[in-house]
Design a binder for this molecule. Structure first.
Ligand SMILES: [Zn+2]
Length: 186
């Protein structure tokens, strides 16, 4: 399983459209707090509202922030939490440990995450000093946070993260980027 996702092109494309005041306002409602360091919207619902954002590697005030692809859609957050509560984490962890294809694709997802963040950091002039080598969600060998993994799938598209893709398939009756179920409307 390989992907043709180009982290440089993806970072360019995303940063070509920096977060607007309207985007930030919606995300603030979604999260219930101001989204510090939000650089751009990384994925949108069919209705146009943000689903996941790209956050800069160094937050204002100098706080290192490794979770570059950050899930903001309340419906997606809830869906991921349901799967985590279902106890399927062990099942995913076993897949990553034992299935050679999944293991390789998951390791690649980690590399892609780091490469993407590096591009974002370079373009925004942020240091990655304290987060070098750290991606998100437990990658490259553990499955710890499905929210982070589906955020990567949403921002980078199908094929970027095998576990993120599996979780999106699993929750599609509850959350699907192609079906608007947005509860936060502005
Ligand atoms: Zn929507």
């Amino acid at each position: 399983m390989t992907t043709t996702i180009d982290p440089t092109a993806l970072a360019d494309q995303i940063l070509d459209h920096p977060a607007t005041e309207a985007d930030i306002a919606i995300v603030e409602h979604q999260l219930g707090r101001y989204p510090r360091g939000m650089a751009a919207v990384g994925a949108r619902c069919v209705c146009g509202r943000p689903l996941a954002v790209v956050t800069r590697p160094l937050l204002p005030g100098g706080v290192p922030f490794p979770t570059t692809c950050y899930l903001t859609s309340p419906e997606a957050v809830k869906a991921a939490s349901h799967v985590e509560a279902d106890g399927v984490m062990q099942e995913y962890s076993r897949l990553v440990a034992e299935d050679e294809d999944v293991k390789a694709a998951y390791a690649h997802a980690h590399e892609l995450y780091l490469a993407f963040r590096h591009e974002i950091a370079a373009k925004l002039g942020d240091t990655e000093e304290h987060i070098e080598g750290t991606s998100a969600g437990g990658m490259p060998v553990r499955v710890k946070c499905l929210h982070a993994l589906i955020a990567q799938s949403l921002v980078m598209g199908r094929g970027a993260n095998p576990i993120g893709d599996m979780v999106l398939d699993r929750v599609k009756d509850e959350f699907d980027p192609a079906v608007c179920r947005c509860s936060v409307l502005d």
